[in-house]
Design a protein around this ligand. Structure first.
Ligand code: ADP
Length: 239
């Protein structure tokens, strides 16, 4: 079956019972790795990603150092047991690409220029994959970076949107991701109104694109509140 040929919406309901613009249940856990400087686990439904941050720390070998700025390194990896069939733990083309786009989505938020010659490492481990792992990973990284005390311009919030059976939808699950007509990964710094990631597969009209971005932006605003609430809870900051 090709993209667009699988029936994914029946009587206005998606295969997991959601309405088109309904997000899955979001779960946030902070400080899940005691050894790291900051860590968080975020789940969107069955998709669950762990982020662990180390740094800023001196970067070796020295020739990798940038004298004017610190650098950010991200490693996205899928656990062998995270998908139906065993996934080889070795980095593949997909994880290399995802590591790069996640880095690009996070970089604008970090004051790396304040930490020359250092590196901030973000390790992402997909524990269970059911669609939208890169955006789930970006949310987990944003929280882990904040917990590591890394100075940030803003939190980075992310979600996926797309189109199935001619209907625009929010937060694609694995099956929807595989058979969607369009899928888009979106990240932004909501407080700054800046988009830091926009990747899209498939074809849309200009109107549909505008609507997808609108859904993604308003969802990121909601995720922003969830991230802030989780951090406030930890530090018990009263309004
Ligand atoms: P994202 O997870 O960010 O949406 P993709 O669009 O590349 O990225 O992947 C979509 C979904 O396809 C994943 O979330 C996962 O559920 C599934 N998937 C990806 N890689 C594999 C794999 N090697 N084996 C089985 N399923 C996979």
């Amino acid at each position: 079956m090709k993209r667009g040929e699988v029936k994914l919406i029946t009587d206005g309901k998606r295969i997991d019972g959601r309405k088109p613009e309904e997000m899955r249940n979001v779960e946030i856990k902070l400080d899940v790795i005691s050894r790291s400087d900051g860590s968080a686990e975020v789940a969107f439904g069955k998709t669950r990603v762990l982020a662990s941050v180390y740094g800023p720390r001196a970067l070796f070998p020295k020739y990798l150092q940038e004298h004017e700025t610190g650098i950010l390194r991200c490693r996205y990896s899928m656990a062998p047991f995270s998908v139906d069939e065993r996934k080889s733990p070795a980095p593949d083309r997909r994880s290399i690409e995802l590591s790069k786009v996640i880095r690009l989505a996070l970089e604008p938020a970090i004051f790396l220029e304040d930490f020359p010659k250092t590196v901030v490492d973000v390790y992402l481990e997909v524990i269970e994959a059911d669609g939208s792992t890169r955006v789930t990973g970006i949310n987990a990284s944003s929280l882990a970076l904040a917990l590591a005390g890394i100075p940030m311009r803003d939190l980075v919030c992310a979600c996926s949107v797309g189109k199935i059976n001619d209907t625009l939808i929010l937060d694609l699950n694995g099956r929807e991701d595989n058979y969607s007509e369009v899928d888009m990964a979106f990240a932004m710094m909501p407080g700054k109104g800046k988009i830091t990631l926009l990747q899209m597969d498939g074809l849309v009209t200009k109107e549909e694109l505008k609507k997808l971005i609108e859904i993604a932006k308003s969802t990121c605003e909601k995720i922003y509140e969830m991230q802030k609430n989780a951090l406030r809870e930890k530090y018990r900051v009263s309004e």
